[in-house]
Design a protein around this ligand. Structure first.
Ligand code: C2E
Ligand code: CA
Ligand code: CA
Length: 401
């Protein structure tokens, strides 16, 4: 028995007629219909639609009566969707896309009446972008970002990842900087989000990998004692599924004479697509290559532990909201203690982020955390500054008081 939202039609049955009111749309689950109009008493078949197609959507979007009659060609099972359901989804569309559709609908409707009447009265477009000024700003920002990449406005700074056992440098995290000629320094949180939305994050990631691996090659060449030093590069969940990404990685490593164990990739849990077969397979391939995989900002996402357990991780990075707060706040301390235990259980390194004071360091060391980074050790710095510190012995194993 079909439900009230399902309609069964036999060949020749009419779903609705031209001129009927527009209270809903339909999805054809199975079968085929024909859409026709009547012009001076003559039937003109416009189109056939089959399973998976929608009918009746246009009159809902235009708010006008049905313009065609829909008749079943074969036995049909049709699912009814309310006007409200359609309009709700339409409202949630990307505003530019919505304005494109509204403009096209309004144009085709007006163009047919305009040309048939031979009128010289040019109609004004019905649709205008809501928040046009906000959107224009967004587009300008996106354009600036792409131009900035070509014009060399982007650079990387590096922050040591420190072994808490001896305060030596285990590796460094690469962090992107963008200095725009008029906008000034743009925060990475802001431009990374835009790059992810507009799909240009791949170029940012390739830039970060290329620069970081080249910097590591130079540091290793000038400081042969730093043979274990690694680069930790932020990537987006989108990168992992991008065709050619693994080949690109292998190429950059090869170009800089680096072993994959010299590279760790940081990805936030929220940017991974849980239970995506291709993400899981590519993470496994990355791990099989020998690259490290760190979950960034750990503790701030939904922390799907059952899912994390299935990933081939090598490190969890505890967000600075907990790590940098642990010495003063017993709840944060409890969370860090639990995450350190979890790291041991999963067999992965734990890296605490955002340590700013000697007390932070003491607390984290006391909680059994083995690696950390933060302003206490060094603010993210250009390569030359990092190299100078390494030359002065930062990278060495040192006695800890
Ligand atoms: P993140 O990966 O969690 O990076 C750590 C952020 O904390 C960095 O901010 C760093 O400068 C800051 N930080 C480090 N130590 C301390 C500290 O002791 N105290 C405080 N208050 N902050 C500290 P930054 O450089 O502004 O980067 C922000 C975010 O932008 C990064 O967060 C990362 O998600 C993203 N990002 C930066 N560079 C890249 C990149 O090359 N690729 C991608 N996909 N994302 C990037
Ligand atoms: Ca990071
Ligand atoms: Ca982080």
């Amino acid at each position: 028995m079909p439900s009230v939202t399902e309609i069964l039609l036999s060949p020749g049955d009419i779903l609705y007629r031209a001129g009927d009111p527009n209270d809903c749309g339909y999805i054809i689950e199975s079968g085929e219909v024909v859409l026709y109009s009547n012009h001076i008493g003559e039937r003109i078949d416009c189109e056939r639609r089959g399973a998976g197609s929608i009918v009746g959507e246009l009159s809902i979007l235009t708010g006008r009566p049905r313009t065609v009659t829909v008749e079943a060609v074969t036995d049909c099972r049709i699912f009814k969707i309310s006007a409200e359901q359609i309009l709700n989804r339409f409202d949630k569309l990307d505003p530019v896309l919505r304005a494109c559709i509204e403009t096209s609908i309004s144009f085709s409707a007006r163009f047919s009446s305009y040309s048939s009447k031979g009128s010289t009265d040019v109609p004004f477009a019905q649709s205008t972008l809501r928040n046009a000024d906000v959107l224009i700003k967004q587009f300008k920002f996106e354009n600036d970002l792409l131009k900035g990449l070509d014009k060399g406005e982007f650079s990387l700074v590096y922050q040591p990842i420190v072994r808490l056992s001896d305060n030596g440098m285990a590796g460094f995290e690469s962090l992107m900087r963008w200095r725009h000629p008029t906008r000034g320094q743009v925060a990475p949180d802001r431009f990374i989000e835009v790059a992810e939305t507009m799909g240009s994050i791949g170029r940012i990631t390739e830039f970060a990998l290329t620069e970081s691996c080249a910097a590591l090659r130079r540091i290793r060449a000038s400081h042969p004692s730093q043979s274990d030093l690694y680069a930790s590069v932020n990537i987006s969940g989108q990168d992992i599924d991008r065709p050619g990404f693994l080949d690109f990685l292998a190429h950059v490593l090869d170009l800089n004479d680096l072993d994959p164990c010299h590279l760790k990739l940081e990805v936030t849990e929220t940017s991974l697509v849980p239970d995506s077969a291709s993400t899981d397979a590519n993470l496994k391939r990355l791990r099989a290559m020998g690259c490290g995989i760190s979950i960034d900002d750990f503790g701030t996402g939904y922390s799907n532990l059952a899912y994390l357990k299935t990933l081939p991780l090598t490190a969890l990075k505890i967000d600075r909201a907990f790590a940098g707060d642990a010495h003063a706040n017993s709840v944060s301390r409890g969370i860090v203690r639990m995450l350190v235990a979890l790291g041991k259980e999963l067999g992965v390194d734990i890296i605490a982020e955002g340590l700013e004071t000697p007390e932070d360091v003491k607390t984290l060391r006391g909680l059994g955390c083995r690696f950390a980074q933060g302003y206490h050790f060094l603010k993210p710095a250009p390569e030359a500054e990092l190299v100078e510190l390494i030359s002065k012995g930062f990278g060495e194993h040192r006695k800890v008081a």
